[in-house]
Design a protein around this ligand. Structure first.
Ligand code: 5CA
Length: 436
């Protein structure tokens, strides 16, 4: 993307209600624009980062054996009356009437709808286990939408739903998602810690929240330091075999949010091994047995010919919230420091003197070689403006091309996360930028 033609509206004046770094930075860098309270439009830079996050979520769901579908945002109230949640959900649910005065709603989650869809096809034990997920916009009329995309009213969620024949099989489905979640967040450069959690309005008796550590997080969390040292990606997931070792490790060490905190268990941990921190909930998984399948009449024929009510779980990831969370965990005074895997563009090429034959030629060559995964700052602005904007938007690499270097084919490469700089020729610059 050439900045001279890009729709990348950086902001100098930040609205007073932007209280935390990620919200301020997303507005300043021109990633999002608020259109109503808690509702945002995604601008080109923000949308690219959102798509990167979404794709990592998708790949790990697919790898764990879940299958992608896409359910609508608008649902019929009838489904929710069947499960009994229509009245329970209260003012958080946005209720709508169509032209025939039929009661509809903008979905805050999809347990009812997916159970109804599955019920239309699943007849026998051979139709299970299955795990269906989608990545779709949700609406919850939060009392206090705040912190930008972190607590929005309209937000993008990945929600998966598992169907199993018995509780033991359902716990295996739960563990697969547990491992897939650890991998998903690790690939985004985040340390996400699973913590036993309350089940709230979703229900059930087994639940984990995945919390990433960040100073501005909404929850206070307590954990054993071993959990911070574990390298999730060094382990190859074994979704066909037994998943116990990984999950057992995570569940064997203390980790709790404020609500579930147990002072006695905490005090039993040596002080040097205790970590207390602030955290952001980026995912939440639930096992709730037959709560929805029974209420909605989902039943299949078991191997012995008897009817079986499937055991279910649901698994959510806050895809749009993750953008805020990643920025909370990766920024400094100057702006965002994107982890490579989720950066909207990997490189910013800063041509310090557009119109100069050698800077133009070298910049164009690098831009072509980076094949779309770069912004090219070809604007006729001062160098200082370009440096500031590149730091603010947080591209992992800056390729700085000035007339003196360019005359000798030299590019100054800056790593945004560390501030490290080297002067290299084009081939070497490409080599470093492309390195995995
Ligand atoms: N049906 C279940 C699992 S699919 C469910 O809805 N779980 S949830 O309520 O915990 O939401 C899943 C994830 O969505 C949360 O972990 C959080 O990361 C994200 N989320 C929830 N509410 C909001 C919100 N108002 N703004 C942004 N993200 C949100």
């Amino acid at each position: 993307m050439r900045l001279s033609r890009a729709f990348l509206p950086t902001l100098k004046e930040i609205p007073a209600e932007a209280a935390i770094a990620s919200h301020k930075l997303m507005l300043r860098a021109g990633m999002i624009r608020q259109t109503s309270a808690g509702i945002y439009a995604w601008l080109p830079l923000g949308l690219r980062a959102l798509k990167k996050v979404e794709q990592i979520v998708r790949e790990e769901q697919d790898a764990a054996g879940a299958q992608e579908i896409l359910m609508p945002t608008i649902q019929s109230a009838d489904l929710w009356k069947q499960s009994g949640r229509y009245d329970d959900y209260g003012k958080e649910m946005l209720r709508i009437r169509d032209r025939h005065e039929r009661e509809m709603l903008f979905g805050p989650t999809n347990e009812e709808m997916v159970t109804d869809i599955f019920k239309g096809y699943a007849k026998s034990y051979r139709d299970l286990p299955r795990n269906l997920y989608h990545i779709q916009w949700k609406f919850r009329d939060e009392v206090r939408p705040r912190f930008g995309v972190m607590r929005g009213r309209e937000f993008l969620m990945k929600d998966a739903y598992s169907f199993d024949l018995d509780a033991e099989a359902a716990r295996i489905s739960y563990k697969k998602m547990f491992v897939a979640y650890l991998r998903t967040f690790a690939r985004m450069g985040l340390k996400a810690i699973p913590m036993r959690a309350d089940t709230g309005p979703i229900g059930g008796d087994l639940s984990h929240e995945f919390i990433i550590l960040a100073e501005t997080g909404e929850s206070q969390v307590y954990l054993h330091k071993d959990l911070l040292d574990f390298d999730v990606l060094a382990q190859k997931p074994d979704y066909e075999g037994s998943l116990d070792p990984t999950v057992d490790f995570w569940t064997s060490r203390y980790a709790a949010t404020d609500e579930m905190h147990d002072e006695a268990a905490w005090n039993a941990i040596p002080a040097a091994e205790q970590v207390s921190a602030r955290g952001i909930e980026v995912g939440h998984i639930f096992f709730f047995g037959t709560k929805y399948s029974a209420a909605m009449g989902l039943s299949v024929t078991g191997a012995d010919g008897q009817p079986v009510t499937p055991q279910m779980g649901s698994y959510g990831i806050g895809v749009s919230r993750l953008l805020g969370a990643i920025i909370e965990a990766n920024h400094d005074e100057a702006g965002i420091k994107w982890p490579d895997a989720v950066a909207p563009f990997r490189t910013a090429i800063l041509n310090l003197k557009p119109g100069d034959l050698s800077t133009d030629a070298l910049s164009e060559k690098l831009y072509a070689a980076l094949a779309g995964d770069a912004v090219y700052d070809d604007r006729p602005d001062r160098a200082g403006v370009k440096f500031n904007d590149a730091d603010l938007a947080g591209y992992p690499w800056q390729a700085i091309i000035g007339p003196r270097g360019a005359a000798n084919g030299i590019i100054e490469l800056k790593r945004r996360a560390t501030g490290e700089r080297v002067e290299v020729a084009l081939e070497e610059a490409l080599h470093r930028i492309m390195a995995p």
